[in-house]
Design a binder for this molecule. Structure first.
Ligand code: ZN
Length: 149
């Protein structure tokens, strides 16, 4: 993708070709489905939560490189965190995706920073946030499928 710097591009490609936690989960305590009609990205997020801590997280689905890479990074980012920490990470990520001038919390964002260039491609932002909206729906125990529209 022209415009993303080389390092970011490399991280994205790496997550896209070898996504982390890309599997179904038999003993999930919560799950949710998300759909981005603009691009056709579909995702299911599985969680295993106990005492407010995300002990395991995985995803399945099909979608573009950005949506897959973002979902992969999301699972890495929130695994082992409390649901409130995951919520804070989502807020930091959403800020990065919606406000070009925002002061970013790089400690919280970690690898997710590599998706910052996506903000320059407005049509792809929904691809990047889909996994996070779906994560939140799973944490909330929401039954209806999430859509980015
Ligand atoms: Zn997409």
């Amino acid at each position: 993708m022209a415009g993303l710097n080389d390092l970011y591009q490399e991280i994205l490609l790496e997550h896209n070709s070898k996504p982390h936690n890309f599997r179904s989960m038999e003993d999930a305590t919560q799950s949710a489905e998300g759909f981005n009609p603009l691009c056709g990205d579909m995702i299911t997020v599985f969680l295993q939560v106990a005492d407010g801590v995300i002990n395991d997280v995985s995803f399945q689905g099909s979608g573009c490189a950005i949506s897959r890479a973002s979902a992969s990074m999301m699972t890495q980012s929130v695994k082992g965190k409390s649901t409130s920490e995951a919520e804070e990470t989502f807020e930091a990520f959403r800020l990065m995706m919606t406000d070009l001038d925002a002061e970013l919390d790089y400690d919280t964002l970690g690898d997710l920073e590599s998706l910052s260039g996506v903000v320059e491609f407005p049509t792809r932002i929904k691809c990047a946030v889909l996994a996070w909206h779906t994560l939140r729906a799973a944490m909330d125990g929401q039954d209806d499928a999430v859509t980015t529209e």
